[in-house]
Design a binder for this molecule. Structure first.
Ligand SMILES: Nc1ncnc2c1ncn2[C@@H]1O[C@H](COP(=O)(O)OP(=O)(O)OP(=O)(O)O)[C@@H](O)[C@H]1O
Ligand SMILES: [Mg+2]
Length: 1039
């Protein structure tokens, strides 16, 4: 702060004054004001002096300078307070409120506007549409409320004639999501009459000056306010016509933005016009002694504008219905005075209801929408209170009494929050006291506040008393049940018979004869400033105010005839009708006396104070520099008075004595423990208090604090700022740490779950495997049983993991089974088995019939059964061939029918030894016709049918085409045997033999390619070949 403001601007915080005296205070205030510094702090309280001129202190740039800063980082400003309230709300999720007080014209409303502008500017960075809408309504609502609730007074050209408390709701992100306006005690008597130099509410002048001619005509109005009794007084004081028109336009625009419909805005204009016409209605007594309206056309206008029947309007103006016991109703004519009273009461009430409707309508638009506390979290609230300041007029009536009572209540709240609570807390926390001489007090002493003596500064627990005026006694004088001014007034209003204001005054005198703050001429006959039977005086905290009791009872009773309410409830204008729900009741039903205006106001004040007390308060104390609205002029006497009654000096003293902040030790540790190694993450010291001590010592801040029983008291905000800054530096690191830990935890959870899943899977798999193996074991118990050796056993489907295992097992089992089968075969059969296996390998699935079920004898020519005629001849030939060629074994022998390349078909014999293939001639003792080494046989071709065609493919020689000869049984199938014997032999020698199965067999003879196929012929007695060009056909006798 000092960086920006040099000493020539005075002290930016009154707490820094050398001496806390009125002179020093005023000198500093004046110096700063002259230098254009209208804001000064007392701790966190902002003192604001109205400059009455535009200063370059506001706008987006200024807002940017204060945004996100601590209160003490920048020169004092409303923005800083708004920012502090906003940050306090966001940081601690606590509701806060900004109480703006000061007398009329001190700048409260302007201050509240700047605060709202600041909040609107710093929120909703993401430009959410709903939040923008709420902000728009919040900002625009001020303009509309000012039109209907503000008026020019002698003190302020734009004086708020109602109290306003606005709640702004924020979501967890700190963006405004809604709001609510409470209005307090509109000064509705202003509708009827204004002091000299004052005006009615702005709305009337804006309609008269701002509406288009056509609309005015529809409203039966003329532009000149002097033509209407309610606006005549202020007619000459109007702002320029163009200014009024632009105000009117701005208000209409604002209403439109807020969401008022065109019909509603039309209704509002009609209601205002109706009030103006109502004000011009005069009553006269006719010669017959009846009451009549002087100018009946006005009744027509009122009826038209309020959309009610003319006769009923007239009846309401001239008479009233009274319930005369039971259900009987009589109509009672008014006197001229009564009719005028009823007219005025009606006009006031219509305006008040209009104002309340406008407020409610704005509230309905600002109501937070679609909020669910469970989903969105609780909304936090900033309340802004801009309420009428203390007022003293030459003649003060009921309204001033209420307004000043309101200020007493707020002062009481201020005392309780700032002064008294402070004292009580110090005592409670056991801060040691040292009573020194009392300081001069601003007003009459009413209480004491403990304050720290200035020296020695290093010992914060040395305290002295600060005296202050506790206004509780005045509040009590006004609101005490049964005896207080409001209670006595209510009693007067409720009493039967004609109780006059004078009798009410006498009653007050009796009750408060000895009250130090109450007096009247009766009680003090020598005081000629008061009049007998009319005036009483209250010594307010802000000064003495003399009230005239005239009209007190009337205003408090605030009576309005039921006829009037019913009339407007039955209007066909829905907007107007909505303002009068109580007009629904029948006169005979209206039995309960409504609460008086005074009691209603008192109740609303109690509720307001309770509401404020529940929030963290921030104060703006406004000071009006002079009575003449003059720029840059500070009237010292006038200001001195305000400084005194606002209790600012006491505020400074308490502040200097007191502490900027206090926090319970655990909460303090929770917030700052990360800034100290002894306290992070948890301390091991004896108590939280000791831990706090260690923390502060590490920061070197122990000189600026005091240790209470349960709380730490921090004197200067700078200490707090230091702690906050070091916390802010560490928070991102802690966030990372937490993120890391949390991510680790999540990963560990995931891992544990995975592990568990794997364990379950493993166990399940093991179980499945075990179950499968048990099943296999049981099933294959019977596998050893011959002769099948488990051939008919089905393999159960294995779990996926066992599939390879099962495949291997199956293979093993097959081999085992084969072994079991083979084991039982005699060695003599082995050659046959091997041949059959070889044949099966070559022919299975290619040739269905290959003679597998037969016994394969191989050497059929040596068999007497198969070759009875020539077996011995063949045996001789075999012997001679064995001697000559030295073969080891006969692989195959059979008679065949052959065809050669010369198409010659002959019967021959085929002999296969392990060395040669012989073609023999059976007719000549089996003479060898051709011998081919077995090595030259490269392949064999057979057909897929039952025929006995065989082609031996030879390397480098003509392929041999034969059909195995008839045999016993006839057509026995020997092709498979020849294939199996030859394939088995080649396998044994490790030589490849290609076996082809085809129904059209290609072959080669002397380099030429030929084909041989089979033709089944039923009539063919013996198989034989038929030759055609390039091909042979075996004619096969088929049965
Ligand atoms: N900060 C400011 N800068 C310039 N002018 C200001 C400032 N504050 C107030 N004023 C001037 O003072 C006038 C009165 O201020 P304002 O209406 O805020 O007073 P108030 O305290 O609300 O009074 P009331 O109690 O009568 O409503 C404003 O119309 C404006 O001209
Ligand atoms: Mg105001």
């Amino acid at each position: 702060m000092e960086d920006e403001e040099g000493a020539e601007y005075g002290k930016a915080d009154f707490v820094l004054l050398d001496q806390v005296t009125m002179e020093d205070f005023m000198e500093n205030l004046k110096l700063r004001f002259q230098k254009g510094r209208i804001y000064t702090y007392i701790g966190e309280v902002l003192v604001s002096v109205n400059p009455y001129q535009e200063l370059p202190l506001y706008g987006p740039e200024a807002i940017a300078r204060y945004q996100g800063r601590e209160l003490y980082e920048r020169p004092p400003h409303l923005y800083a307070v708004a920012n502090a309230a906003y940050r306090a709300m966001k940081r601690r999720a606590r509701d806060t409120c900004i109480v703006i007080s000061g007398e009329s014209g001190a700048g409260k409303t302007e201050a509240s506007k700047h605060i709202m502008q600041y909040i609107a500017a710093v929120t909703n960075p993401s430009q959410r549409a709903e939040v923008e809408r709420v902000k728009d309504v919040l900002l625009r609502s001020t303009c509309v409320l000012e039109a209907f609730g503000n008026a020019r007074t002698n003190r302020n050209h734009n004086s708020s004639r109602f109290g306003k408390y606005m709640d702004i709701n924020f979501d967890f992100k700190g963006d405004p999501v809604g709001g609510h306006i409470h209005s307090y005690l509109l000064e509705k008597s202003r509708v009827l009459k204004q002091h000299v130099g004052e005006r009615n509410f702005h709305a009337f002048y804006q309609v008269l000056r701002g509406c288009e001619d056509a609309e005015l005509q529809d409203l039966h109005l003329q532009r000149n306010p002097a033509l209407y009794s309610f606006t005549r007084q202020g007619a000459g004081l109007s702002a320029s016509e163009s200014e009024e028109r632009s105000h009117h336009r701005a208000v209409m625009e604002a209403m439109q933005v807020i969401g008022f419909s065109a019909e509603e805005m039309g209704s509002v204009h009609r209601i205002l016009a109706a009030i103006l016409h109502l004000g011009n209605i005069e009553f006269v007594e006719t010669e017959e002694g009846h009451l009549a309206v002087a100018e009946e056309v006005l009744v027509d206008h009122v009826a038209e504008l309020t959309a009610t029947p003319r006769e009923q309007v007239l009846r309401c103006l001239l008479s009233r219905t009274v319930a005369s016991g039971g259900r009987e109703v009589i109509e009672k004519g008014h006197t001229v005075a009564e009719a005028s009273y009823a007219r005025d009461a009606g006009a006031k009430a219509v305006y008040q209801r209009l104002f309340e409707w406008v407020v409610n309508r704005i509230n309905s638009v600002m109501e937070p929408r679609g909020r669910d506390a469970r989903r969105d979290g609780k909304d936090t609230v900033i309340g802004v209170l801009d309420i009428y300041g203390f007022e003293v007029f030459p003649v003060n009536s009921f309204e001033q009494f209420c307004i000043n009572y309101c200020n007493e209540k707020l002062q009481q709240l201020f005392i309780q929050l700032i002064l008294k609570q402070e004292q009580e807390e110090y005592e409670r926390e056991g801060i040691a006291w040292q009573s020194v001489s009392a300081r001069p007090c601003a007003l009459r002493p009413g209480g004491v506040v403990w304050a720290r003596a200035r020296s020695p500064p290093a010992r914060p627990t040395s305290l002295s008393q600060v005296e202050f005026f506790n206004n509780a006694t005045i509040v009590d004088l006004v609101e005490r049940p049964h005896r207080g001014v409001l209670a006595v007034l209510d009693e007067a209003c409720c009493s039967a018979g004609t109780i006059t204001d004078r009798i009410f005054l006498q009653s007050l005198d009796t009750h408060h004869r000895h009250h130090p703050h109450y007096t009247s001429r009766q009680l003090c006959p020598t005081d000629k400033t008061m009049e007998f039977g009319r005036d009483f005086r209250i010594r307010h905290y802000a000064g003495d105010v003399t009230y005239s009791v005239l009209g007190f009872i009337d205003k408090n009773r605030d009576a309005l005839f039921q006829d009037f309410k019913r009339l407007l409830y039955n209007s066909s204008d829905p907007t107007l009708r909505a303002m009068w729900p109580d007009g629904q009741q029948d006169i005979t039903e209206v039995t309960k006396r409504p609460l008086t205006a005074g009691t209603l106001f008192k109740n609303s004040m109690v509720a307001l104070v309770d509401n404020l007390a529940s929030k963290e308060p921030f104060y703006v104390r406004c000071i009006k520099p002079n009575q003449d609205k003059a720029a840059a002029r500070l009237d010292e006497a006038h200001c001195r008075h305000q400084v005194a009654y606002l209790g600012l000096l006491e505020n400074v003293r308490v502040r200097r004595a007191g502490f900027a902040s206090r926090q319970p030790y655990p909460r303090f540790l929770l917030r700052y423990k990360m800034t100290c190694e002894y306290t992070w993450p948890n301390h091991l010291l004896g108590s939280d208090r000791e831990a706090v001590g260690a923390l502060l010592e590490q920061h070197g801040l122990q000189g600026d604090v005091a240790f209470g029983r349960s709380k730490l008291f921090i004197r200067s905000p700078r200490t707090l700022v230091t702690l906050e800054q070091s916390r802010a530096r560490l928070v991102p690191i802690i966030v990372l740490l937490l993120q890391k830990a949390w991510r680790g935890t999540l990963a560990r959870w995931r891992c544990r779950r995975l592990r568990a899943a794997y364990t379950i899977m493993r166990c399940y798999r093991r179980h499945k495997v075990r179950a499968h193996l048990v099943e296999l074991h049981q099933r294959f118990q019977a596998a050893r049983q011959p002769p099948l050796f488990g051939r008919d056993l089905a393999w159960p489907p294995p779990p996926a993991v066992l599939q390879p295992f099962q495949d291997a097992c199956r293979a093993l089992f097959c081999r085992w089974r084969a072994r079991q089968l083979v084991k039982n075969i005699p060695p003599s059969d082995m050659a046959q088995i091997k041949a059959k296996v070889a044949a099966m390998g070559a022919l299975q699935e290619l040739r269905p019939d290959w003679g597998c079920r037969r016994a394969w004898l191989r050497d059929y020519l040596s068999s007497a059964a198969d070759n009875p005629a020539a077996s011995s001849l063949f045996a001789q030939r075999l012997k001679s061939l064995r001697d000559k060629d030295g073969f080891g074994a006969v692989l195959f022998s059979s008679h065949v029918r052959k065809v050669n390349r010369f198409n010659k078909r002959r019967d021959r014999a085929l002999l296969l030894t392990d060395r040669h293939v012989y073609k023999l001639e059976p007719g000549r003792q089996y003479r060898v016709m051709r011998a081919v080494p077995l090595d030259l046989v490269t392949g064999l071709s057979v057909t897929s049918g039952r025929d006995q065609l065989v082609v031996l493919h030879l390397k480098g020689q003509d392929d041999l085409v034969v059909c195995l000869h008839r045999s016993r049984p006839p057509l026995d199938n020997r092709v498979g045997e020849l294939v199996g014997v030859l394939a088995g032999h080649c396998q044994g020698e490790g030589r490849p033999l290609e076996v082809r199965v085809s129904d059209c067999i290609p072959l080669s003879q002397r380099g030429a390619r030929r084909l041989v196929s089979v033709e089944p012929r039923p009539e063919q007695p013996e198989p034989d070949f038929r030759c055609s060009r390039g091909s042979y056909t075996l004619l096969w006798p088929s049965s």
